[in-house]
Design a protein. Structure first.
Length: 124
């Protein structure tokens, strides 16, 4: 099953020289992630060193999961960002996030229709 489309999204493409002069001076950083699949959920771990909870934004809209973390301010600011397209096999109401020591832990519950279920067999 495919739960994520991990292709780079349009906001993750390299910034051209023309865009760089009008864009913020925040340095764009890669957002490394590891994704693990369990029977009930997917676990996404993202490294966000130096990002505090108030500098972190996680959103889900129109099957896109977006993570953006900002550390520092002004000319010394750095921004991590990544967007994933999430399949209908994930329950949007079952997404939770926790940031601890620079590691974001996102839990994405699988939708009920994707989980294996045991069928009761009755005696005839």
């Amino acid at each position: 099953m495919t739960f994520f489309n991990l292709n780079r999204s349009k906001e993750e493409q390299p910034v051209s020289q023309a865009q760089e002069t009008t864009a913020t001076r925040a340095r764009q950083l890669a957002l490394p992630v590891d994704i693990y699949e369990g029977t009930e959920e997917l676990l996404l771990l993202a490294d966000l060193p130096g990002v505090e909870p108030e500098g972190l934004s996680v959103s889900f809209e129109a099957s896109e999961l977006r993570i953006e973390g900002r550390r520092g301010s002004g000319d010394t600011a750095s921004v991590y960002s990544r967007t994933f397209r999430v399949s209908e096999q994930i329950d949007p109401a079952g997404i939770s996030a926790e940031l601890n020591a620079g590691v974001l832990k996102l839990r994405l519950a699988k939708a009920a229709h994707t989980k294996p279920r045991k069928i009761e067999v009755r005696a005839g």
